[in-house]
Design a protein around this ligand. Structure first.
Ligand code: THU
Length: 128
């Protein structure tokens, strides 16, 4: 899969962010092992703690469509510099795909690639 295409999809999703409190819009595009792309944006709330990040929006959309194996997630934002997923989103990604690649972008769509296991080396997993 072309990383540029994933960035494009994340940028498109970013437009649908609901971020009236922070004015910080985030988009995410999640590529599944079956080749499908699920996108998400952040959805804020007047009760700030109820805000949902773009990454988790995309993950929940994918999981509720029957997909649980993810290869790549790409994150874009309206901010300057590279924007990284928060710890909560890394943990939720780890639940499904500890091997996932994480692509972060800056305002010019330059990108850096990481492995989730390097970003969150001691993730919490529970024996099912
Ligand atoms: N945000 C995300 O959507 N993803 C992240 O990884 C970091 C933060 C959102 C949450 C909130 O709506 C805004 O960015 C500012 O924190």
């Amino acid at each position: 899969m072309d990383i540029k295409k994933l960035i494009e999809e994340a940028r498109k999703a970013e437009k649908y962010a609901y971020a009236p409190y922070s004015n910080f819009r985030v988009g995410a595009a999640l590529l599944t092992s079956s080749g499908n792309i699920y996108t998400g944006a952040n959805v804020e709330n007047a009760s700030y703690g109820l805000t949902i990040c773009a990454e988790r929006t995309a993950i929940v959309k994918a999981v509720t469509a029957g997909e649980r194996d993810f290869n790549v997630i790409c994150v874009t934002s309206s901010g300057k510099g590279f924007v990284y997923p928060c710890g909560a989103c890394l943990q939720v990604l780890a639940e499904f795909s500890p091997h996932i690649r994480v692509i972060v972008t800056d305002e010019n769509d330059n990108y850096c690639e990481y492995l989730l296991k390097d970003m969150l080396p001691n993730l919490f997993l529970f024996d099912k």
